[in-house]
Design a protein around this ligand. Sequence first.
Ligand SMILES: C[S@@+](CC[C@H](N)C(=O)[O-])C[C@H]1O[C@@H](n2cnc3c(N)ncnc32)[C@H](O)[C@@H]1O
Length: 343
Amino acid sequence: MLSLSHLQSITDRILDADDTAYGKLYAACDELYETLIKASRIDPREEKNKENQSLDSGAALGITWAAMCIKDIMRTKRFMNGVYAAVRDILLVHPEKTIHILYAGTGPFATLVLPLTARFSPEQIQLTLLEVNETSFNSLQNLVSILHLEKYIHRLEKADATKWKKPVNDQIDIFIVEAMQQGLKSEPHVAICMNIVPQLRPDTIMIPQQITLTAALLNEPKRMQEKFESGSIISSIHILDPVFILNKETILSRAESDAQRDVSDFTFQGKTIVIAADVVEDYPNLYLITDVLIYKEDCLLLDESPLSMPLKLADLRKELPTEIKFQYHIGSNPGIQFNMTML
Ligand SMILES: C[S@@+](CC[C@H](N)C(=O)[O-])C[C@H]1O[C@@H](n2cnc3c(N)ncnc32)[C@H](O)[C@@H]1O
């Protein structure tokens, strides 16, 4: 039988571990995953648990994959750190406050807020939890009951966060979402932000605070060589320019420019980059680099997690473009779209 104190001792180990203590972090994340899978009686090998749910804003991961996110150890560690730091920062200024946290896309375990229950009372934090996938939602409901966490829950809803309307009297201090992949492709992270952020107060903390997609040219053999030989990757990548930035400002400015937008199908402003032929000779492959600023100093940089691995877009030797226009698109298959202008 899973006890809350046992679970909390595992999440404490994740929060307390140094960022570079990979062994400790790996062991704690693995134990957290195995403990939660067992307590929730999820069979990750079952085919129906692997099925993603298709939304008009992208794919909501099947429970197997959503649960497995815990094993992305740097992601789990840095997001837990960031969420914890944000709560502490608010309490520092308002020690008597009850902090309301909206977490969209919780998966079966609401992993990113679990450590908070070890460190804060229900008088200090209240959670609104949204999950669209029925199996994950049912599992989470069950987990809340097994762990007797009801006193922390303000709302627990099976809902599509790209369409959810915040009840007018609910005040949200922190909004958390991690429904993303490298290059912000496939999953509805951006669409969720586009729906939720305009409903929040200007001082609400959004986690992650900013995600930047940067176009880059890459020399693949050199990158392999650098990875195996020295661990340094700098000279195998030629950074071009940021092509999409997701933060509260870009979300609100896009929302204001198009109040009648169809949240399930639209594009952000495009960015055109001139491509120099001599650079393509040395760095022939077009990639997107994803930087995730979670909260203050907690971030995920290149290669620290599958979320921040370079995403290949094209082999430019076949095309030789003079310029490329990039545009982020929200829809059933969200992501960066690009058009090349040829010589
Ligand atoms: C990448 S998983 C991450 C799970 C969890 N946030 C974590 O960090 O471990 C994303 C979760 O968001 C859920 N999700 C995706 N789109 C959603 C939407 N529009 N509304 C609510 N939940 C959504 C998926 O079903 C999945 O459980």
